[in-house]
Design a protein around this ligand. Structure first.
Ligand code: ATP
Length: 137
């Protein structure tokens, strides 16, 4: 079994998509082992997106991710990292994500692509430690 860190970003919360996204996660068979609604601090946002520092979209990405409440969760299940990325769809919600995925169904712009999911088990453990310090390990 494997864990992944998922965010329903502020755009997903504002658009009232939390219930729909949680339903998709549950129908897929993934288990929610931690869940919190909160507004990300600048420090957590910088830690989360450290790999993008210096890119042209980085400042606006930080502003967006801290702009309002988001839902952070830890999911667990067989191949959880890949399973969530499958139901999320590709990063660009029009060019990459297909209909039937979260991004393919609900998003138009790459920055406002509704959800985040860890891209590897190693990233997942790093991100879980960042968002849920009590759950590390
Ligand atoms: P993750 O799900 O791990 O965030 P990802 O494949 O969705 O990965 P990354 O390439 O890691 O996306 O980029 C992180 C986030 O930064 C994206 O989800 C999106 O919100 C934003 N982003 C990425 N590329 C761009 C871009 N060219 N313009 C604007 N925002 C971007």
């Amino acid at each position: 079994t494997e864990r992944t860190l998922v965010l329903i970003k502020p755009d997903g919360v504002k658009r009232n998509l939390v219930g729909d996204i949680i339903s998709r996660i549950e129908r897929k068979g993934l288990s929610i082992v931690a869940l919190e609604l909160k507004t990300a601090s600048d420090e957590v946002a910088r830690g989360h997106y450290a790999e993008h520092e210096g890119k042209p979209f980085y400042p606006s990405l930080l502003e967006f991710i801290t702009s309002g409440p988001l839902v952070a969760m830890v999911l667990e299940g067989h191949r959880a990292v890949a399973a969530f990325r499958q139901i999320a769809g590709g990063t660009d919600p029009v060019e990459k994500a297909v209909p039937g995925t979260i991004r393919g169904d609900y998003a138009l712009e790459t920055q406002y692509n509704i959800v985040h999911g860890s891209d590897s088990p190693e990233s997942a453990e790093r991100e879980i430690a960042l968002w849920f310090p009590g759950l590390a390990g």
